[in-house]
Design a protein around this ligand. Structure first.
Ligand SMILES: *[C@@H]1O[C@H](CO)[C@@H](O)[C@H](O)[C@H]1NC(C)=O
Ligand SMILES: *[C@@H]1O[C@H](CO)[C@@H](O)[C@H](O)[C@H]1NC(C)=O
Ligand SMILES: *[C@@H]1O[C@H](CO)[C@@H](O)[C@H](O)[C@H]1NC(C)=O
Ligand SMILES: *[C@@H]1O[C@H](CO)[C@@H](O)[C@H](O)[C@H]1NC(C)=O
Ligand SMILES: *[C@@H]1O[C@H](CO)[C@@H](O)[C@H](O)[C@H]1NC(C)=O
Length: 217
């Protein structure tokens, strides 16, 4: 049975061993997105030649557990710098700080190499080669998160002070179901009956001229 040509090519591509690629050329002022999960083979990037010092910046987009390492050399005889090549002049380690950002400045008269030593953890990172120190602010940016959701917590730096309305004021008086004290006993009044024809009562105003009795409270 004959296989179609396209299928044959597909089978062939699986059988071909992965060949080493040329280092990816970094371009001045152009941010490169990369991940330790898909590094080039060998894991190196070529730094352009420049007579002026260049600033190499690495920014980790994730937790930095220091298991991934970055080395930079301007020694063109080293094609894949590693820890044993470090001489603190031509070849140095570019270690990201706690902020996840690492930066160094070096001269690259004949270009150079940035190499990534993959650690145990996978991390996305960005590389920038710049002619100037375009250092980012100290604080992390929301764009640095690898999550597509973010919860931002903030202390109440400007708490709202609700203005209590004076009207309407729905504050009800406290419930008070106790009985009021009983009223004091009423004053006793005296009703006095006396004949009006006699005594000194005739000298005071009377309520009825025809009555024989005047009542006085
Ligand atoms: C770049 O600038 C920042 C702050 O302005 C400074 O902390 C850092 O050391 C500079 N980087 C280099 C390589 O000089
Ligand atoms: C590499 O960079 C360092 C620091 O900038 C410099 O002193 C040294 O001369 C450079 N080496 C080469 C081979 O350019
Ligand atoms: C509302 O009424 C309560 C009870 O009379 C009083 O304590 C409170 O001060 C009043 N609030 C205002 C804003 O006038
Ligand atoms: C409850 O009512 C009694 C009797 O009117 C009064 O003496 C007392 O002060 C009231 N208590 C409150 C909490 O208003
Ligand atoms: C009013 O008169 C009655 C009957 O005599 C008596 O029981 C009561 O105590 C008197 N009240 C006062 C306030 O004097």
């Amino acid at each position: 049975m004959l296989l179609p040509v396209s299928l044959l090519l597909l089978v062939q591509s699986f059988l071909t061993p992965v060949s080493a690629q040329q280092p990816q050329q970094l371009i001045l002022e152009q941010v490169i997105d990369a991940s330790t999960a898909s590094l080039p083979n060998p894991p190196t990037y070529r730094i352009p030649a420049s007579s002026d010092p260049l600033f190499i910046t690495i920014a980790l987009c994730g937790n930095s557990d220091n298991s991934n390492q970055f080395f930079v050399t301007n020694d063109t005889s080293i094609s894949n710098p590693g820890p044993s090549d470090i001489d603190f002049v031509n070849t140095v380690e570019l270690a990201p700080e706690d902020t996840g950002v690492g930066q160094l400045s070096q001269v690259f008269p004949d270009g150079g190499i940035l190499t990534v030593h993959k650690g145990s953890s996978t991390v996305q990172f960005q590389i920038l080669v710049s002619a100037s120190n375009s250092s980012a602010p100290d604080y992390p940016l929301l764009g640095d998160t690898t999550s597509n959701q973010a919860l931002i917590f903030s202390p109440p730096f400007d708490p709202v002070q609700p203005v209590q309305p004076s009207f309407p004021n729905y504050t009800l008086p406290a419930a008070n179901l106790s009985f009021p004290p009983p009223p004091s006993p009423p004053t006793n009044y005296t009703l006095v009956f006396a004949p009006t024809s006699s005594s000194g009562l005739s000298s005071i105003p009377r309520t009825s001229v025809r009555g024989d009795v005047a009542a006085r409270l």
